[in-house]
Design a protein around this ligand. Structure first.
Ligand code: ZN
Length: 129
């Protein structure tokens, strides 16, 4: 496989606001986080997969104390999103006040977005749909 997805490309896609998931060529299962092999069948025959960018909020946490790289950005949300296509991904959650987590409702529909951090890096993020 010459076109096998790499973590570098995965991150570059996010930087370019063109997030893609992974698909196992052998069994068709989808993965939204970088992995060298399929969670379902163990195959390492992985290719890129386009996703709709739609999903729902499964869980979230507010980060108050972050590594140096993100310290300036606190507080912020990190959420687990289940994509409509099935796989789950960890991403920032936008559109809510990080000081009012009681206003965030689990299960709400969310849509893919991106956030440019103070570090200049672009992060995968989701916002209410
Ligand atoms: Zn597989």
């Amino acid at each position: 496989m010459s076109n096998k997805p790499t973590i570098e490309e995965y991150l570059k896609n996010i930087e370019e606001r063109m997030f893609k998931a992974y698909r196992c060529v052998d069994c068709g299962s989808l993965m939204a986080i970088p992995s060298g092999s399929c969670y379902e069948c163990g195959s390492n025959n992985i290719d890129w997969a386009e996703v709709s960018g739609k999903g729902k909020l499964i869980s979230f946490t507010v980060i108050h104390v972050a590594p140096d790289e993100f310290a300036e950005e606190t507080p912020y949300y990190v959420a687990i999103i289940e994509l409509d296509e099935g796989p789950r991904v960890s991403a920032r959650l936008l559109g809510f006040d990080p000081l009012k987590p009681e206003e965030v409702t689990l299960g709400i529909p969310v849509i893919l977005d991106y956030e440019k951090g103070k570090s200049g890096k672009t992060y995968l993020a989701f916002k209410p749909a």
